[in-house]
Design a protein around this ligand. Structure first.
Ligand code: GLN
Length: 540
């Protein structure tokens, strides 16, 4: 059968235990031993993908090179591993049912009754094995979303049970993540919820090999033994996972706990090289010993839920560390910004980022923020809707086109400086129909973007329906706003930059989706540099 080894990661007791970070950390440790690893996430919800979900529901929607709209955990996988993911790395219950029902309509089941077992579980298993069969990976880590015991997770757990039975005993391992709550009144950690969740998993026929126990306090040796005994795992397979200062510490914490050693022993793997985490440690060193500090405002409309801007926040961490600079982010709800109060919101900021987004709410506030930084010569970075807003602001306040707008906000504007792409106009379906995934972009020599990337031909990821309207390009350029990044195949504007400004750069694409620990994104790196310079000049 498959040549790859499979690691399944389930979770119990509560959600938000950080299965994604544990999976990514384990993958990092295996990668550091020379294995090629990928991580995939199986999510139990019925949406075909998270593309149609409001960010308040499920955080940011992460987009892959091949244009898949995916769970934000895929962002962690890429940031930790520095290896791109794809459509195959995120599968939902909705997608599984969609394929099974489509096949049923095509008559593929030859008159059989189509059932959860075996048809749904077969489809789950097929997809769980897919990446392992490409021959590209030594190890495939599969994170099962949701918590053990939920009705909707059951088919996934059953698929894991069957696969473990089908695969050779040393070809798979199950890691179960649980919580040891601390009861203040009793003054101790409690193991019962862990016991219950392992019991629930075992009742479904899956006995975990390793338990990773999230805890706010160190787990005493006696307690580890007790957990091992009652949960039927080896005593050294109870791994402690304490709250970390940063998620990027977790690989080292897991290494200390020997999670990777337990796994390779169980899978009978031999390391291909001495563990090499040098560049990771170097990054942590820079992250934890900053010599500079800047304050940057993140203006958006989903700021109450920072997960909605996960990749942007992480990009600041990577690029901040690169610059040995601590970036203090101030989240500002754009809905509350007005022409009258914008200065109180942005006072003291060394730079401002206007975030991606959809719809009208908070749009006017973003315009005010951009006007403030454009006029005040404060470094500005606009992403996707942030770029479109910068174009509208410039059209209104510099070109004097009074009601200039994006047709997303005002379909009958006399000056549609941002307009829907022609091929989008006939699309009525919502899911997966935006301009998605990686596209080429040519950068103008001498521009700030070119300086940042150090080259003129780049690829970046997209997720939008609207575009800069090239009818206005000449007027923009004549007034000092230049299109410095253009798609070579379509002529669509990808980057705009303001002349006579220390750093005013806005991108139609999403640079934050390609920033990783080892490759901080050049635009974030330069934006932070501009913020440092601004802050120094201000404090002179
Ligand atoms: N709403 C805008 C569009 O669809 C911008 C999207 C975004 O910021 N991701 O074009």
């Amino acid at each position: 059968m498959a040549s790859a080894k499979y690691i399944f990661v389930s979770g119990g007791v509560t959600s938000s235990l950080g299965k994604g970070i544990i999976s990514a950390s384990l993958a990092k440790l295996l990668q550091a031993r020379g294995f090629s690893v990928t991580i995939q996430k199986f999510d139990p919800y019925i949406n075909i993908d998270p593309g149609t979900l409001n960010p308040y529901e499920h955080g940011e929607c992460y987009v892959t090179d091949d244009g898949a709209e995916t769970d934000l955990d895929l962002g962690h996988y890429e940031r930790f591993l520095n290896v791109p993911t794809s459509q195959a790395n995120n599968v939902t219950t909705g997608r599984i049912y969609h394929s099974v029902i489509t096949q049923e309509r095509q008559g593929a089941y030859l008159g059989k009754t189509v059932q959860v077992i075996p048809h749904i579980t077969d489809e789950i298993k097929r997809r769980m094995l897919l990446l392992g069969q490409t021959g590209e990976f030594d190890v495939v880590i599969t994170e099962i979303g949701g918590s053990v015991g939920d009705i909707e997770s059951l088919p996934f757990i059953e698929a894991v049970r069957q696969l473990r039975w089908e695969l050779n005993p040393n070809d798979s391992v199950v890691i179960h993540l649980t919580l040891l709550p601390y009861l203040k009144a009793a003054g101790e950690l409690k193991t019962k919820p862990t016991q219950h969740s392992v019991k629930a998993l075992s009742e479904s026929g899956v006995q975990p090999d390793i338990l990773v126990c999230r805890s706010e306090y160190p787990i005493p040796a006696e307690m580890r033994k007790k957990i091992a005994l009652f949960c039927n795992v080896a005593p050294n397979a109870v791994i402690e996972s304490l709250d970390a200062e940063t998620i990027y510490d977790v690989p080292l914490l897991m290494k200390k706990e020997k999670l990777d050693e337990r796994v390779i022993k169980k899978l009978k793997l031999t390391s291909k090289q001495e563990v090499n985490l040098d560049s990771w440690k170097e990054f942590l060193g820079r992250l934890k010993n900053p010599t500079e500090e800047v304050k940057i405002a993140l203006v958006g409309k989903y700021v109450e839920l920072p997960d909605a801007y996960k990749s942007i926040i992480e990009s600041f961490i990577h690029a901040g560390a690169f610059n040995e600079c601590k970036v203090k982010l101030k989240f500002i709800q754009s809905e509350f910004i007005t022409a009258e109060n914008v200065h109180t919101h942005l006072e003291g900021m060394d730079a401002v980022l206007v975030a991606p987004g959809f719809g009208e709410r908070g749009f006017e506030g973003k315009l005010e923020a951009i006007r403030y930084v454009r006029e005040g010569q404060i470094p500005f970075f606009g992403i996707c809707l942030g770029m479109q807003t910068a174009a509208v602001e410039f059209a209104r306040n510099v070109l004097g086109l009074q009601d200039a707008a994006s047709t997303e906000m005002n379909p009958s504007t006399p000056h549609p400086v941002i307009d829907m792409m022609e091929e989008q106009k006939s699309i009525t379906q919502k899911g997966g129909t935006m301009r998605l995934g990686s596209y080429a972009c040519d950068l103008k020599r001498g521009s700030k973007a070119y300086q940042a990337y150090g080259k003129g031909h780049i690829f970046e990821r997209h997720r939008h329906r609207y575009e800069f309207n090239n009818k206005y390009l000449q007027a923009f350029e004549e007034a000092g706003m230049h299109a410095t990044g253009v798609n070579p195949d379509t002529g669509l504007v990808e980057v705009i930059e303001l002349q006579h400004h220390p750093w005013f750069v806005a991108a139609q694409y999403h640079p934050e989706l390609k920033s990783t620990v080892l490759n901080p994104h050049p635009l974030f790196v330069r934006f932070i540099k501009a913020a440092i310079t601004y802050s120094k000049n201000r404090n002179k």
